[in-house]
Design a protein around this ligand. Sequence first.
Ligand SMILES: *[C@@H]1O[C@H](CO)[C@@H](O)[C@H](O)[C@H]1NC(C)=O
Ligand SMILES: *[C@@H]1O[C@H](CO)[C@@H](O)[C@H](O)[C@H]1NC(C)=O
Ligand SMILES: *[C@@H]1O[C@H](CO)[C@@H](O)[C@H](O)[C@H]1NC(C)=O
Ligand SMILES: *[C@@H]1O[C@H](CO)[C@@H](O)[C@H](O)[C@H]1NC(C)=O
Ligand SMILES: *[C@@H]1O[C@H](CO)[C@@H](O)[C@H](O)[C@H]1NC(C)=O
Length: 499
Amino acid sequence: MKGGTLVLAVLAAATALTHAATIKNFPYLSCSKKLAAYSLNPIARTPDANTFCVTIRVAPPENCTSYCCGADLRKILIDVKPECVVRNPNIRVTLNDAPTKIGPAFEPGLYGPNDSFVLRLTQLGLNITTADGVELCISLARNSQGAGCLTMQELCKPPAGEVDGTCAVAMLDTQYDCCPVAKASSYVMPPPPPPPPASPAVLPAPEPCTTCVTLTRYEYFYVTLPLNFTSDECQAWSSMVTKDLSDVAGQLSAILLDLPPVVKCEDKMLQVCVKFASAAEGQKLEDVIYEMLQYWYFTAADPCKAYWRGGYSGVVTVDNGEGDGGGCLQTHVAMSCDPERIDFPKCKCDTRAGATPFFASPIMEKLPLAGSRTKDMLYCFQLYVRTPVYPESACGRTTNLLKAEIYANDAQRRKIKNILVMPNGANSSRVLATSWASPGEQTLKVTPLNWNLEQANGASICLVMDGSADILQFCNIGTCKIIFFDDTKNCCPLFEASV
Ligand SMILES: *[C@@H]1O[C@H](CO)[C@@H](O)[C@H](O)[C@H]1NC(C)=O
Ligand SMILES: *[C@@H]1O[C@H](CO)[C@@H](O)[C@H](O)[C@H]1NC(C)=O
Ligand SMILES: *[C@@H]1O[C@H](CO)[C@@H](O)[C@H](O)[C@H]1NC(C)=O
Ligand SMILES: *[C@@H]1O[C@H](CO)[C@@H](O)[C@H](O)[C@H]1NC(C)=O
Ligand SMILES: *[C@@H]1O[C@H](CO)[C@@H](O)[C@H](O)[C@H]1NC(C)=O
């Protein structure tokens, strides 16, 4: 398929994005928590009231050859409570009793909410041969102004559902690609109660395993039209995921608890959570969950659609929904679609989006043409106006949208009947006859428009197509492309849109 080769990209690709969306969970950056070399002993040692020590463990999964299973350990982040973040903290950190090269520092969570903070320890210089058994100790004291937290209970922000005194610790490599999160607490398990006197053996009920499937949308900083998920999309996501999980669980005899799924719908995130009877039940899906994620990804976030590429991208994740990398099933999928190479426009002009103030939405609307006996359909580009990238340039100073041109398949000329154009503020649309450039140029003209900024903002350009037409074929497979000319015809920003 032309321009449709899919390239599998690990989530690391998402690190390249500037996160218009916030990462709510520690360590507040995109990196792989799974398949890692490092963890911690779950019980911290507390040599005195103001010191706690955690022991690093190196235990990559058997035969793991992925980068993170052999990565170094340069940096440790600890999730901390905002009230402990003080200037010039008086915190001493040692590795096997030797002070670290660089002192610890508080910093805000990189892409986290504005009240997220971490304690950063860096240049640790450890790796998979040297880190095992290394003890990291943190001693807390008030600073010269008498401020600062004094105990592990005060300092660490416990993971959701955990009590004070539990610390979430992320262990990062030099490239920031891997960030396994481990928990350590000074809380010591109480001894088990004595067994009740001889009574019929009752096995303890296993803990259910919460499993959440999440679709997140990320947008680059330059996106001028932030997109939100709609409640219909949320409904479609939750019913698809719930049904598929229940079908596959049935086929694999994995026991799902009979509870209504928990659904969360946010502007940039859709999530549905179910509960398996136990971790072992959930893990029965381990071999198929990645394929399921891929399928859901393509159904809900096809990366070849204009609104899932360019400045927009999506990630599908499965985990326990708490963002601590836990859960009996954990993986994620993010893909990209190869850019299309097209010879359009034929003339030489500045095609960069944002060259002029005129923009088109990546979402093309499809609606039936009211009153059409031949079941004609409307395919509409939606226009809007923003400050151009270089407002003082010749293109940036443009205030007139002279005409538009659409990249379209010459062989499909008969599928389009006419074009309805409607500027902002008009009460009805105007009909334009179709007009094509020379055969071979694959160019449908939308002229004249002559819209000023106010008229263009909220305007629409709708192709009236025969009911039998396939918009993908009409647009030459891929996304539909439109350019907007200024009076000089030197400026022609190009936009893609998909139904
Ligand atoms: C790891 O590799 C060895 C040798 O190839 C093999 O015998 C063993 O079964 C593998 N273990 C796992 C868990 O795949
Ligand atoms: C943090 O974010 C919240 C919610 O978005 C906002 O109400 C608050 O003013 C922000 N605080 C700061 C210090 O920016
Ligand atoms: C780990 O670090 C030690 C000491 O710096 C070095 O000798 C060793 O080669 C490193 N091992 C790996 C796997 O990088
Ligand atoms: C998305 O939601 C945000 C915040 O609720 C809102 O400001 C913005 O206008 C919405 N975007 C669209 C395209 O509706
Ligand atoms: C649109 O309709 C309103 C109310 O009927 C009228 O006042 C206005 O002048 C009309 N605008 C145009 C551009 O025809």
